[in-house]
Design a protein around this ligand. Structure first.
Ligand code: ADE
Length: 220
């Protein structure tokens, strides 16, 4: 998969691409992340990219021209163009699965008051990461990219994906590691029993119990 991230602040993506699992996926060439600075496509003095809104009101609006040109510089027939915005559809794991099957994503990050509405002619999908407003789309884009990349085959083990939270409408089961007892708190006996059928049953029951308790709304 290739992901082009269009932003005015490319350095905000350094932690995403230079650490841990996402870095390994890039090194293994499972994913390519290309950071595109929208400002590089400005043809105005001082690389200006925004201006005051027609009709008045506060804040600055990002202009069409640098955004159109930035998108055109990376777009092909296979691209899906996503706009990060608090007015988009609310993101979830099922959408992450669908997007992980795409060949090429272009993720556009807003900032300031937002974009000139006319950029929407390029957009296939608008995504919000939740009902709150951030200063820009860079953190939401990092969240969306991270959640998609980890689902691409070869990035993390199939085993980890099978039981994780939200798969099959259930939250994940609790896990423990050494020591067997810590400050009087013991690891459940069943996990030390070596009986894998019993362990599977215990984990299924725990997933159901925890989901009923914490997120009854996601049970299917
Ligand atoms: N930009 C600002 N807030 C956002 C949100 N909640 N989701 C996506 N993009 C945003």
């Amino acid at each position: 998969m290739r992901i082009d991230i269009l932003t005015l602040f490319p350095s905000m993506f350094v932690p995403l691409v230079e650490e841990s699992i996402i870095k390994r996926a890039i090194d293994k060439e499972i994913v390519t992340i290309n950071l595109v600075n929208i400002r590089d496509f400005s043809e105005l003095n001082n690389n200006q990219v925004d201006d005051t809104p027609y009709g008045g009101g506060g804040g600055m609006v990002i202009m069409c021209d640098p955004v159109f040109k930035a998108i055109e510089s990376v777009k092909s027939d296979k691209s899906k163009v996503i706009l990060m915005t608090p007015t988009g559809v609310v993101y979830n794991q099922s959408l992450a699965y669908d997007l992980s099957k795409e060949e090429h994503l272009i993720i556009l990050c807003g900032h300031y008051e937002g974009f000139d509405e006319r950029i929407k002619t390029f957009i296939d999908m608008e995504i919000s990461i939740g009902d709150y407003v951030l200063t820009g789309g860079e953190l939401p884009a990092s969240i969306v990219a991270d959640s998609i990349i980890r689902l691409i085959p070869g990035v993390i083990s199939e085993e980890s994906l099978k039981s994780e939270s939200f798969t099959g409408g259930l939250l994940d089961y609790p896990v423990y590691t050494k020591p067997r007892e810590y400050r009087g708190m013991k690891v459940p006996d069943v996990l030390l029993s070596g009986d894998h059928k019993k362990i599977d049953e215990y984990r299924k029951e725990e997933r159901l119990r925890i989901t009923k308790e914490k997120r009854p709304d996601i049970l299917i």
